[in-house]
Ligand binder design. Structure first.
Ligand code: KG4
Ligand code: ZN
Length: 345
């Protein structure tokens, strides 16, 4: 079933990757649309679909070229099925289905969140189940117990904004460019984390659920009252904002690890690229004796390498998708828990 070509187009990155016979990453090409959406301060779905249509062919060709393969060398094809923007998902999944049909190859639709969850293991060891997983991206914040590939128990999730959304929406209120998480991370480096006391929603209650909408409101109130901070005050604001998000994530994970008796912790998704989040999880790991698994930075944000890796683990277990598989914009990580040979739902 390997080499496998994987395609990811769920949001604003057109990506393709090739996974080699030993589940290793042979190529991982990402074409970002950040410049196209910059003007609008966020992703414009229609524009994103059109950009995917233009980019998909060249991106796939480049992934094959870097991997040193041709279409005839491929043994299978995979693409993200959901969650994501419907028009965007359709471009990648249809392309993969067309390719699979033309080449007579098996195809698998992949849950984007499972891709994120397993990203720290791409090109490394097999995932060390069971482990505690924290997936933090632009659209999702989920704490889960991972027992095996496709066996995920969701312990908690955000009740409103995702952690990445909290970064992006707050950054927008601060007049920073999209995607806000990266801008906040950069500015926070020279800031005082204790300068402002911002809300830590549900840090000590709500089980393992999260809430970040109060933080966004608080940022809005600050900017309404005092205007958008500039100079050192902006650095301090970003550092304090970042600390409020990071602290909640780390504390909840710490409590779940204790209560479930888990010491292998996986943190993934776009927000896991955050330098402060990585540093605090690393500190916590030496303090608590955890084995911490973080993906390399290019594998934290959206890419097809993680989709191909998740697909390769499932393909070798005999899973296939029917050729008429449809996209699922609202697919949840728990939906990845159906271990079926042929997922027709
Ligand atoms: O996983 P991802 O690439 O896309 C989704 O599946 O949503 O995550 C994108 C999110 C955005 O909200 C972006 O602001 C955030 O990840 N992000 C960061 C950093 N890099 C990306 N947030 C904080 N610090 C970063 N360094
Ligand atoms: Zn993502």
């Amino acid at each position: 079933m390997l080499p496998l070509l994987a395609i990811e187009t769920s949001c604003d990155e057109t990506a393709a990757a090739v996974i080699g016979p030993g589940h290793q990453l042979l190529s991982n090409v990402v074409k970002s649309q950040i410049d196209e959406h910059l003007l609008f301060g966020g992703v414009v779905p229609e524009l994103a679909s059109r950009c995917h249509l233009e980019a998909i062919g060249p991106v796939v060709d480049e992934a094959l070229r870097v991997a040193g393969c041709s279409l005839d060398d491929l043994a299978s094809v995979a693409a993200t099925r959901g969650p994501g923007l419907v028009g965007c998902l359709l471009v990648g999944l249809s392309y993969a289905q067309g390719l699979a049909l033309a080449q007579g190859l098996p195809m698998l639709g992949v849950n984007h969140l499972e891709g994120h969850l397993l990203a720290p293991f791409v090109g490394r060891e097999d995932p060390p189940f069971p482990f505690l997983g924290l997936v933090v991206s632009g659209g999702h914040t989920e704490l889960l117990l991972a027992r095996d590939v496709g066996d995920y128990e969701i312990l908690g999730a955000t009740r409103d904004d995702a952690a990445g959304e909290a970064f992006d929406k707050s950054a927008r209120l601060l007049g920073l460019s999209y995607p806000g998480g990266i801008a906040v991370d950069r500015l926070a480096k020279d800031g005082d984390r204790a300068a402002l006391s911002l809300p830590r929603g549900m840090m000590h209650k709500g089980g393992y659920d999260f809430s970040f909408s109060g933080l966004k409101t608080s940022v809005w109130q600050h900017t309404q009252r005092n205007g958008i901070p500039t100079g050192q005050a902006l650095h301090d604001f970003c550092a304090s904002l970042q600390e409020a998000i990071v602290e909640v994530l780390v504390r909840k994970a710490q409590r779940a690890a204790k209560e479930l008796g888990l010491s292998r912790i996986v943190v993934s998704g776009g927000v896991s690229a955050n330098s402060r989040l990585r540093a605090v999880f690393q500190e916590m790991s030496s303090q608590e004796g955890w084995d911490l698994y973080l993906a390399d930075l290019p594998l934290c944000t959206d890419n097809a390498g993680m989709i191909g890796y998740a697909a390769s683990l499932r393909m070798v277990r005999g899973e296939r998708s029917p050729m008429d598989l449809d996209v699922r914009p609202g697919l949840a990580l728990a939906d990845a828990s159906n271990r079926v040979r042929s997922s027709s739902s």
